[in-house]
Design a protein around this ligand. Structure first.
Ligand code: AKG
Length: 426
């Protein structure tokens, strides 16, 4: 948050490449496959005009980067944020490839979005921007080719606009076959029960499973959350249900703390009448934004943007566990310090994978004309998350305890196997 936008963007691509190369070195990854995975398959950059409410036309820049599809269709979110650019999209697309592979899903990795501060636009403008971007993407996305989902500052409403626009470009007989072009849709438009809470539930389950392994009781453990959007809120909700205590929150506009605890439902209710922000919440103290990661706590959940935990603040972190709800919140230097200090890290590609696993369930339901109950979705998610967590934890324990490298090893080996089995078209 203290870094300039340029540093944020450059850092993410550098980080994902360093993480990948570190794991690739350890397993002695085939050099040809390393070449393929070091670069993205396709990068789309689209400038598209949209008429604003006042009649003026603005030209926006949208991105879709498709990193790899060795295991299945490209999959990954679309974010609306000023830091979205080609390098950010490349880094985030690569993380999706590792995430879907690690989770054992039949997907590759992609990511994209629009370089925009959505708070500056009306709802009607956001609808036109989304529809025009979807139209411009054309068949570069598709239900069996590349399947977007919500990400930072996009939600089920955004997905509803995308599916409607995409389907309207198809012939009447083909339309209904295209509902699974995006996941994270509203319930009434082909969305799945549980997709809204899937990422946060996954983060919570990872924390719970980690705590069980380490014989830590989550009751009265204090946690802080950076970003109180969908992921941050649901993670806090499930942790509070388990008896843990929220003691600090940061969003894009402010930072608050209360060592006696912040009631998750009360804060959420307050935010609904406060343009979605935590600023001004009376039952907590205002804290300087740069000291958020220094707050006294047991568990720290970065659930906002990338490159938040760095060499500048890692040594000051008091938590014994970092659970990465965001993509790329910890940079390589920050991680080295944390590992040296014995801080546990549940890496992003494992920790926040509940979202894409939930998306996979939605996609399957649409494809097969099925409707699953909430309990069924949550039970399936829990089973899957446990399987993936166990695999990563065991691989890490058999090495040096570093769960990120363990997760990368599993993810890369699965893709390597697919390339080795099929060969590479001459
Ligand atoms: C992510 O996991 O970072 C995503 O972008 C979500 C992808 C999905 O649900 O398809």
């Amino acid at each position: 948050i203290t870094k300039s936008k340029t540093q944020l963007k450059q850092g993410m691509l550098e980080n994902v490449m360093r993480q990948f190369n570190h794991a690739a070195d350890i397993i002695g990854l085939n050099s040809n496959i390393r070449k393929i995975l070091s670069i993205t398959n396709n990068e789309l950059l689209i400038h598209f005009p949209v008429k604003m409410d006042n009649g003026d036309v603005e030209v926006f820049t949208g991105y879709r980067v498709q990193h790899n599809n060795a295991l299945g269709p490209y999959k990954g979110g679309l974010r609306y944020h000023p830091t979205v650019d080609i390098d950010a999209a490349k880094a985030l697309a690569m993380w999706m490839t590792w995430k879907t592979s690690l989770a054992g899903l039949p997907y590759g990795g992609a990511k994209g979005g629009i370089q925009i501060d959505p708070s500056k636009y009306s709802n009607a403008e956001l609808e036109r921007i989304t529809r025009r971007f979807t139209y411009a993407l054309g068949d570069n996305i598709g239900p069996e080719h590349d399947i977007p989902a919500p990400d930072v500052n996009t939600n089920s409403q955004t997905m509803a606009w995308i599916v409607d626009t995409y389907m309207s470009t198809k012939s009447p007989a083909e339309r209904s076959k295209n509902q699974h072009v995006v996941t994270g849709k509203p319930l009434g438009s082909g969305g799945s029960e549980g997709r809204d809470r899937a990422t946060g539930y996954g983060v919570f389950l990872n924390i719970k499973l980690w705590a069980e392994k380490k014989k830590v009781n989550l009751k009265s453990k204090r946690f802080i959350v950076q970003g109180f959007g969908n992921v941050g809120y649901w993670t806090a909700y499930f942790l509070e249900n388990e008896g843990a205590k929220l003691v600090g929150v940061q969003d894009a506009y402010g930072t608050i703390a209360n060592s006696d605890g912040i009631e998750v439902s009360k804060l959420y209710q307050y935010m609904q009448g406060n343009k979605g922000s935590i600023v001004g919440y009376a039952l907590a103290q205002v804290v300087d934004k740069d000291s958020f990661f220094e707050l006294d706590c047991d568990i720290c959940i970065p659930a906002a943007l990338g490159n938040q935990i760095t060499a500048d603040n890692a040594a000051k972190i008091k938590a014994f566990l970092i659970a990465e709800g965001a993509n790329g919140p910890t940079d390589v230097e920050g991680e080295e310090i944390l590992l040296k200090n014995g801080v546990g890290i549940i890496p992003d590609i494992l920790c926040n994978s509940g979202g894409v696993i939930g998306s996979y369930f939605e996609w399957l339901q649409n494809r097969n004309g099925e409707l699953w109950q909430l309990e069924e979705v949550m039970a399936k998610l829990e089973k899957k998350m446990k399987e993936v967590f166990e695999k990563v934890y065991e691989t890490a324990e058999n090495r040096d305890g570093d769960m990120r490298t363990a997760a990368y090893i599993i993810a890369i080996e699965r893709i390597e196997k697919a390339y080795v089995q099929r060969g590479i078209f001459p």
